[in-house]
Design a protein around this ligand. Sequence first.
Ligand code: GDP
Ligand code: MG
Length: 169
Amino acid sequence: KLPIVALCGRPNVGKSTLFNRLTRSRAALVHDLPGMTRDRSYGRVTCLDEAGDPTEVFELVDTGGLDFDGADVITMGITRIAEAAMQEAHVLVLMVDAHDGWNPDDAEIAGRIRVQGKPSILVINKIDGVRGGSPDSAFYELGFDEVHILSSAHGDGVPELLASIQAHL
Ligand code: GDP
Ligand code: MG
């Protein structure tokens, strides 16, 4: 059984975009409107092993996708289903949106992650959309030891995130 990594974050921060990039899945759909995601929620991430052969290394869960699979939709937070995914995960990733800047929902989800007491990583996404290339310093007050600044859409910073996740598995 593969270790599980849960991708958390409020709607529209770019979770499905990163999920698709990491799982290379074409099944998942990305829409411009928040709450419009109709994607797969679980996907396997494959990396090259030491011999250069593709190997499945972890299962990625898009907790945002789970929000819309269940009947129990809570627009301002995450559902019990997403909470269950966080409980079964080995590593938790919180994604925030550098273009939008800090949002109180980010802090809410960060709190839910913190109580799990698991390895956790902050991903500041959409850095391509930020003038000057420096994210909102408030993101650093969310209390994560590990922070990655990247662009899921363009791919910059994604290999470094993958290495960081793998270091916790
Ligand atoms: P989700 O609701 O968290 O799954 O977010 P999506 O992956 O559906 O993305 C929401 C919107 O943000 C879409 O229009 C994406 O194209 C856009 N997006 C995602 N990642 C990036 C990024 O790195 N840079 C920019 N500029 N836009 C992005
Ligand atoms: Mg989505």
